[in-house]
Write a new protein. Sequence first.
Lengths: 431, 249
Amino acid sequence: MLAEAKPYVEAFAATRATNEPAWLGRRRDAAIKRFGELGFPTRRQESWRFNDLRPLTRNVFAPARDGATAEPAALDPWKLKVPSHRVVLVNGGFSGKLSAIGALPKGVWLASTARTLADRPELLEPALRETDMAGAQPFAALNAALFADGFVLALEPGVTLGNPVEIIHLEQGVQQSFHLRNLIRLGAGSRATLVETYAGSGANWINAVGVIDLAQGAALTHVTVQDESREAIHLGQNRIELAAKSRYESFVLTLGGRLSRHDSLVKLDGEGAHGVLDGAYLLRGEQEATNATFVEHVAPGGTSREYFKGVAQDRAHGVFLGTIAVRPNAQKTDAHMLNKNLLLSRRAAIDTKPELDILADDVKCSHGATVGDLDEAALFYLESRGIPPDEARRMLVEAFAVEAVERVENPDLRAHLAAHLSRWLAGGDGK
Amino acid sequence: MLDIENLYACIPDGREILKGVTLSVKAGEVHALMGPNGSGKSTLAGILSGKPGYQVTAGTVNYEGRDLLAMPADERAREGVFLAFQYPVEIPGVNNTYFLRAALNARRKQQGKPDLDAGQFLKLVRSKLKLLEIGEDLLQRGVNVGFSGGEKKRNEVFQMAILEPRLAILDETDSGLDIDALQTVAKGINALRDRSRAVVMITHYQRLLNFVVPDRVHVLSGGRIVKSGDKSLALELEKSGYAAYGDAA
């Protein structure tokens, strides 16, 4: 076994739950074995070559299972300003005190993963797949072995959930790891809006895995806000499967974390599926953040759009990795990916790597990436009207980032994201 | 108000464009600065507004008793210097209203006045939109984004009307305007004229001067002011052209 994996394998053995379904126990055993074989990724692996994982590997983050409590006021900066169904987790565990799920329409299941496991294990079973046990992703394997909680949202066919579902995860304290397993399952023709927020003051490691299944004609709008403390480590990956004519539209806003990475793996499995992966990352200090997307067009007639904008200042490091893979059967695919970056200091860095891998001949695909500085002419124009240089720069950075946010269709979510951006730009994040 | 004394300056590629400009503008006056292409008119406007890239090699510029060249561009603006750009810059994502309010409040702060609240600001903006015959939809758009050439010029004069500068420098604000737009822009400039302010209009043509009658007219050629006179000088130039002053174009 690889040395850095050992503490986690040992922690697994020490804390292994005995009251779980037998199938889950077997999968956890297989998963921890796989993690022991894989260990942590290294720069020799292409997908990880831009990442400096030392903040993660230098320490051991003890897996936590019990959650914690927080004051209700701690939610204030993160809550949506509109009515929602709210699930709150603190240090990896569900908080009944802070959650406000409210009345749910018939055909909607929204609960913590632990509760779902107790009451509706059959719902969760598909969220733990072979890939966790046999795949090449060590953090998914570790997550499968160690996860204690998370959230599950399941809609029966034809159900529309009017108010957004809001998941807030707060973390506090130091050197713990929280392995969250989330499941979103939308039945045929159902619709939902989901906002996930990860925030807190601690120096912990969050390892989240989301499994998202959209049946035929289902539609999910999915916003993720990651604004952890600048000592925290956040690794999140979502695996998304889209059936025919389903629509998945996501926006990932990355503002926090010392080291963070968000992977979206989207499989357009049914004909005419539509996937949108948009996002923005604004980084300062010593932050490193990666957004990685893998969009796999399997069925014909699928459309996908990706638009990520990045800002790096001070000594921050932003990474965008994007792959569009078009399989031989996926004719009439229409797939586009664009990544634009602002590099605001000489010691900041951006790595961007958009790729196409096309095996069908009748497709429309494009990709592009830019890295630039602020427009000097625009800067002078603002200054020539009396606006001080610092404020002029802030206005232009905001304009750059807001342009990505403006692609979000829901006006409440757009305003929510824009407010987070403004707060970051004002530097009022208390970090 | 403005005293330019024997000013020499180079553009970024090192070429010397201004070769001893001397010009004095008093409060209450409107000056027209005319001259052939390449004579240094826009360079002078750029230097007065603090545009980066120019290098002043000799001479002084005094603005209301202060060394203008020692002040950064944003400070000049807050102290009442305004440049209407020959080519206004498009800034996508920066909302016009937000931009204007930030600019106005920065200037008011310098003057020791409190910020205008949203209601007061909107009232002011509406009155100036009306003066310049601009639709209110402009306020919701990005700065200069999607504007026609004429709209951009009108927007410059609109900003000037809001900011009420002490010294306005208009760099070819009349070029590319049809006669109706020209009259509207002239109305905006005339509305600003009073005993405490000064205007320097850079132009190729006499046309604008029919509507904004200058107190003084200067011909800039080869980087120096080669002739000064009253408004009749502009009429004379319209007839004879710049040939007598060494057209560099």
